[in-house]
Ligand binder design. Structure first.
Ligand SMILES: *Cc1c(COP(=O)(O)O)cnc(C)c1O
Length: 375
């Protein structure tokens, strides 16, 4: 049995440090924000190459606060993509603004800059690209559009901790970067967590106020804020895990390279445009008979997943954001074909071999009848 993800293996490797750090926090008597969170914020900002990181309760609250801090509100439009987790779009709606979806580029699976440029209207306030599966979006092109139209560029970096292009890391390209530390993300808490990175002192102090009931100074609620604070225990856990992130990313890249080499050449797999621009939060292949292949792999004892089964505009709760099927052909075709294979730093070489061999054998079998029918 090869699991899609096994966080117990990660825990086993760092248990002593984690337990010491959590125990010290339990004994400290301070359980919300505090020293462990401040320490993590400082180290995470340094890691991302930004002046600030503001720790919050979830990736979703990071997105919502970044949008609010950018001044996004009712009547405003925010351009984003349907190829993402629903939280990206939900955060825009939480601000009372309108998500304007544009399709993704078929090669990168991230926001198509040409379509983004065409979607700008006088109501547009921000652009919110997603570094999908851990691969950086085309930040140079999107930044040019944002600059020309005086829009705020905000990165959904929830899947891309540490992804780097020309020496610059995810979360440092836009005015703000939003991270999730949900346990399964590349850097995960022992529960929920998130952060917003920024180089702007003013944005950082507004973010800090908004996460803590709008207090710019203690006891004075200058803004209508939220309870989006990070727990001290999560700060302690993330502080320990951050030290391992680069090593884990290297392991993910090694596994991705192993899959690239071992999978049959006709199987479509993730593409990159640089050696460091992808951190392989997800390693997804494409298959015409995805559901059958997934069933066969499950029967062979191999865990898989689908990220995501439907693009956001075909989810029932968000169907009013587009005109149904056909609205975004690239996003829709990808969602129908994508299949995520196991990838986590502790996955072993023999396990990768076994998954690749099973995928090769089963996808050949799945494709056989179709090829015969054509012949
Ligand atoms: C996980 C994720 C989020 C939401 O983060 P939470 O911490 O679960 O709130 C947002 N956007 C993307 C792309 C994600 O993968």
């Amino acid at each position: 049995m090869i699991p899609f993800l096994d966080l117990r293996r990660q825990y086993a490797g760092i248990a002593d440090d984690l337990e010491a750090s959590v125990l010290a926090t339990l004994r400290s008597g301070q359980y919300v924000l505090g020293e462990p969170v401040e320490c993590f914020e400082e180290n995470f900002a340094t890691y991302c190459g930004t002046r600030h990181a503001v720790a919050v309760s979830t990736g979703t609250s990071a997105l919502q606060l970044a949008l609010l801090t950018a001044g996004v509100g009712p009547g405003d439009e925010v351009i984003t993509v349907p190829t993402t987790f629903v939280a990206t779009v939900a955060a825009i709606l939480y601000c009372g603004a309108t998500p304007v979806l544009v399709d993704v580029d078929p090669e990168t699976l991230t926001m198509d800059p040409a379509q983004c440029a065409r979607a700008v209207t006088p109501r547009t306030k921000a652009i919110l690209p997603v570094h999908f599966h851990g691969r950086l979006a085309d930040m140079a092109a999107l930044d040019a559009i944002a600059y020309a139209n005086r829009l705020t560029l905000i990165e959904d970096s929830a899947q891309a901790h540490g992804a780097r292009r020309d020496g610059q890391r995810a979360g440092s390209f836009g005015a703000m970067g939003c991270f999730s530390f949900y346990p399964g993300k590349n850097l995960g808490a022992a529960g929920e967590g998130g952060a917003v990175t920024t180089n702007d002192d003013g944005l950082a102090s507004r973010l800090r106020a908004l996460r803590d009931w709008g207090q710019l100074e203690r006891g004075v609620h200058a803004l209508r804020g939220y309870n989006y604070r990070m727990d001290a225990i999560q700060g302690a856990v993330l502080g320990v895990k951050l030290r391992h992130l680069d090593g884990w990313t290297a392991a993910r890249r090694r596994i991705a390279g192993h899959y690239d080499a071992a999978l049959a050449p006709e199987i479509r797999r993730p593409a990159t445009s640089g050696p460091e621009d992808h951190v392989y939060h997800v390693y997804a292949i494409e298959s015409e008979d995805r559901d059958a292949l997934r069933r066969d792999l499950t029967d062979a004892g191999i865990g898989t997943n689908v990220h995501y089964m439907r693009p956001v505009h075909l989810q029932p709760a968000y169907a009013d954001l587009a005109n149904g099927p056909g609205s975004f052909p690239v996003a829709e075709a990808y969602a129908a074909r994508t299949l995520s294979l196991p990838i986590f730093p502790e996955l072993t070489g023999p396990e990768v071999e076994q998954v690749a061999a099973a995928v090769n054998a089963l996808s050949e079998r799945t494709h056989e009848p179709r090829e015969r029918a054509i012949a």
